[in-house]
Design a protein around this ligand. Structure first.
Ligand SMILES: Cc1cc2nc3c(=O)[nH]c(=O)nc-3n(C[C@H](O)[C@H](O)[C@H](O)COP(=O)(O)OP(=O)(O)OC[C@H]3O[C@@H](n4cnc5c(N)ncnc54)[C@H](O)[C@@H]3O)c2cc1C
Length: 446
């Protein structure tokens, strides 16, 4: 570090810490309300769609839920078609996906709920390309935020370091989206602000991933496959989905598991021991193009910024920095999109400079409540999950399992289940006379 330099920026500047999904979507919204938006990203610019250091989960399969896709399309019109043209694989969620869930295969039918499938770097790269076209958004790459600046009552910017200098940037609003490794709580404490309460649910989940150029030459009745663990007896699962470049993303996962498959032989062996043989059959004579990549996810984690009595103006926390959910439910990117949409709505109603972080954190806490509750209902089926259980959990788990099993034969119920899963509808959507009739009609089968 050679010197410390302060760079004062004109009024109406917003800073975004971290240039991943939550950061880019926040910046997209901010660009409509601020003269200048600066994203500070510790990684170099990713021009070739590689997996980058700041996103260690980037090699693992990332499903974009419909609610997230819709917001992306609203923020960047034409993005979905553009991605399909360049390699994303469209699919009907019910027709093209063979899904083994709690001991039953879901019914297949033309649901009209289409999704696009691609790798995480491909998705990020396409959003990045659109961001690069927005004149008042600039990104400082290779720049790592080290702390926040304050005037005593509000956050007024950040301190960051590049390869050869320390810089200070001031701004009217700073949005913290540095993800799972966020140091926001420590930064706030250092400035004398109170730390929020934290809720953690320990799941000790692992993901192991390999990309295949070709699957085994077998007859397949699916385009994507998901064998969800069948807890409490079976804690492991796996899935296969098409991805860009005509390749296949193969993912294995396990809860409360201390020894994930560490090499390619172990990967195959692990697939062989799943409750259903489909994943193994599809890869045993396939052609992998990558080695096994393991990612460990110890716990779901939520900081309750919304409960703090006093929180400095000028700072907003969102994305995984706010709440990190079990990735098996594929919700993280769509939650970030919903949070960005909530930011837009708040700015429209209250004005960008007047917007109260406390009100925003309360709003996004409500957004997070639903996926959090969905994840916990499932995660506590695994005996090694540790943490505070939601009230009424046994009843919830009993009901959800009935719904899940009814999805094997009732497309109406599956349709409703998918809407909840894709964060397009509240879970209450699964409690209607028609759903109740459907789940009890066949309940003697299960
Ligand atoms: C194994 C796994 C699988 C997943 N699968 C799915 C899925 O199927 N679907 C889904 O929707 N979500 C999935 N997720 C969740 C998803 O990855 C995140 O929710 C999503 O990336 C949004 O995160 P974010 O933008 O808040 O943070 P991140 O994506 O983690 O990005 C944080 C950014 O901040 C930067 N950064 C960090 N510290 C600093 C600093 N000090 N200064 C500057 N920059 C910094 C990083 O380089 C990075 O660019 C999965 C997660 C995991 C772990």
């Amino acid at each position: 570090m050679s010197e410390s330099k302060t760079q004062y920026i004109e009024k109406k500047t917003a800073l975004v810490i971290g240039g991943s999904i939550a950061g880019m979507l926040a910046a997209r919204v901010l660009s409509d309300f601020f003269e200048e938006v600066i994203i500070i990203e510790k990684d170099p610019k990713n021009t070739k769609g590689q997996i980058r250091k700041g996103i260690p989960q980037g090699a693992q399969g990332h499903v974009l839920l419909k609610s997230g896709e819709e917001i992306l399309e609203e923020f960047f019109p034409g993005l979905t078609d553009e991605m399909i043209k360049e390699g994303s694989v469209p699919a009907d969620f019910a027709n093209d996906l063979a899904w083994y869930h709690h001991g039953g295969w879901k019914i297949k039918y033309d649901s009209g709920l289409s999704i696009i499938q691609q790798s995480r770097p491909f998705l990020e790269g396409h959003i990045r390309k659109r961001m690069d076209r927005i004149d008042n958004i600039h990104t400082l790459y290779n720049t790592k935020v080290k702390g926040l600046l304050t005037d005593g009552s509000r956050v007024t910017g950040i301190e960051a370091e590049t390869a050869d200098e320390v810089i200070e940037l001031s701004a009217d609003l700073t949005v913290e989206t540095s993800g799972a490794s966020s140091l926001a709580v420590q930064w706030l404490k250092k400035l004398g602000f109170a730390a929020p309460e934290k809720t953690e649910i320990k799941v000790n989940l692992f993901y192991a991933n390999r990309i295949y150029q070709k699957l085994s030459p077998i007859q397949r009745e699916w385009k994507s496959l998901l064998v969800y663990p069948n807890p409490p007896a079976q804690v492991c699962g796996g899935g296969i989905s098409p991805t860009v470049d005509n390749q296949w993303m193969v993912t294995l996962l396990g809860y409360g598991f201390s020894s994930p498959p560490a090499d390619n032989d172990a990967f195959l062996e692990f697939a062989k021991n799943l409750e259903q043989p489909h994943v193994y059959e599809a890869i045993k004579d396939g052609e992998p193009v990558t080695d096994t990549e393991v990612y460990r996810f110890p716990a779901l984690r939520r900081f309750h910024f919304e409960k703090l009595k006093s929180f400095p103006k000028g700072l907003i926390v969102m994305g995984d920095a706010f709440c990190r959910i079990d990735p098996v439910f594929a919700q993280g990117m769509s939650i970030a999109a919903k949070e960005a949409k909530a930011l837009q709505e708040m700015f429209k109603a209250a004005g960008a400079l007047e917007a109260d972080p406390k009100v925003y954190h309360q709003k996004i806490s409500k957004i997070v409540d639903i996926p959090w509750f969905i994840a916990l209902t499932e995660d506590f089926r695994f005996s090694k999950t540790k943490g505070n259980k939601p009230i009424g959990l046994p009843l919830l788990q009993w009901y959800v399992k009935k719904v899940v099993l009814a999805c094997s034969h009732d497309s109406y119920i599956y349709g409703r289940f998918m809407k909840v899963l894709h964060l397009q509808a509240h879970p209450i959507y699964l409690i209607t006379p028609r759903v109740l009739k459907g789940i009890f009609r066949f309940s003697d089968r299960f």
